[in-house]
Write a protein that binds this ligand. Structure first.
Ligand code: HXC
Length: 273
């Protein structure tokens, strides 16, 4: 069938609580960078729905505070907002410290804070390239470094939010491609080095997800038709959140060092469809 003829209702996005037990993350604590909005906020909400408390970290304190209040109200778990720029290791360390003072532990870490815009190599400034590397790659490393002793103590788990852009030459995305390739590599090394301490580390690579800042930046209004939709529908933040619930759960206890692409097979589309 033509893609446009596929039935989007065949595989709708569901809520993870319809599949996984509600208390699987009870007494666990999530530390999520970039959790104030978008995909990472949705991931935080899903993990909280299964019983975990959370800290969300970001630069925009108003948005972050509002999100923390809404997430707490929606889930019945506790969420605190901590202002920090992941480009500054001292701010990340302080956010981790506040989390430990509040909850006494960290079980799960989501490295979600990211930066993106479209720019060709010839037009991108040195500072533009460096800025995205600093947020995505260095921010991920600083967060790993600051949380690692605490995640060792709980034999916890990491999820790094990456992308699929760097699997091929995606135009105007050299900064993000370089940054996310480094994130993928970092996760693999973390999985191998820290596996003996009981830590798992995995990457989630979302494809285009509707109603997110990333999609707005990369696929401006009017260009939505360029999205390939092999499953007949667009990805939702909930689809990515459900993958996070699975990867943090004990059902994934032998899964580490992997990249889970959540894109409804978009990445595999080529020609003729
Ligand atoms: C060219 C740009 C630019 C643009 C910024 N720069 N925007 N260059 N085109 N559209 C350049 C600036 O000129 C500057 O270089 C340098 O980048 C830093 O810009 P600032 O605005 O000073 O940085 P800052 O305020 O720290 O903001 C960081 C940012 C911004 C990354 C530039 O976009 C941001 O805060 N983004 C966070 C939210 C976000 O991007 N979310 C989407 C993530 S989606 P000069 O040389 O002038 O000093 C994602 C993957 C999506 O990551 C995958 C979907 C398939």
């Amino acid at each position: 069938p033509k893609m446009s003829q596929l039935d989007p209702r065949a595989h709708p996005a569901v809520d993870s609580t319809a599949v996984f037990k509600k208390d699987i993350f009870k007494n666990r604590v999530l530390f999520c960078t970039g959790g104030g909005s978008g995909i990472c906020r949705e991931m935080t909400e899903a993990v909280m729905r299964h019983g975990a408390d959370a800290t969300i970290v970001g630069r925009n304190v108003e948005r972050l505070t509002k999100a923390a209040q809404e997430l707490s109200a929606a889930t019945g778990s506790t969420c605190i907002a901590v202002k920090a720029d992941v480009r500054d290791p001292k701010q990340v360390q302080a956010a981790v410290q506040l989390t430990i003072e509040k909850y006494g532990r960290i079980d799960f870490v989501i490295n979600g804070a990211a930066g993106n815009f479209l720019a060709p190599i010839s037009g991108l400034s040195e500072n533009g390239f460096r800025t995205v590397i600093e947020i995505d790659t260095l921010g991920t490393y600083y967060t790993i470094k600051a949380t690692l002793p605490h995640v060792r103590a709980t034999k916890g788990s990491y999820i790094h939010v990456s992308a699929t852009l760097h699997y091929r030459g995606t135009p105007y995305q050299v900064h993000v491609s370089a940054a996310k390739a480094a994130v993928d590599a970092t996760s693999a090394v973390l999985a191998v080095e820290e596996g003996p301490h009981g830590i798992r580390s995995n990457v989630i690579a979302p494809g285009p997800i509707e109603a997110t800042e990333g999609a707005d930046r990369l696929l401006p209004t009017g260009r939505e038709d360029s999205w390939p939709l092999p499953t007949g529908r667009k990805g939702e933040s909930r689809d990515v959140a459900n993958a996070a619930v699975f990867l943090f759960s004990d059902a994934a206890s032998f899964i580490s060092g992997q990249v889970l692409v959540v894109d409804g097979a978009c990445e595999h589309v080529r020609g003729f469809a």
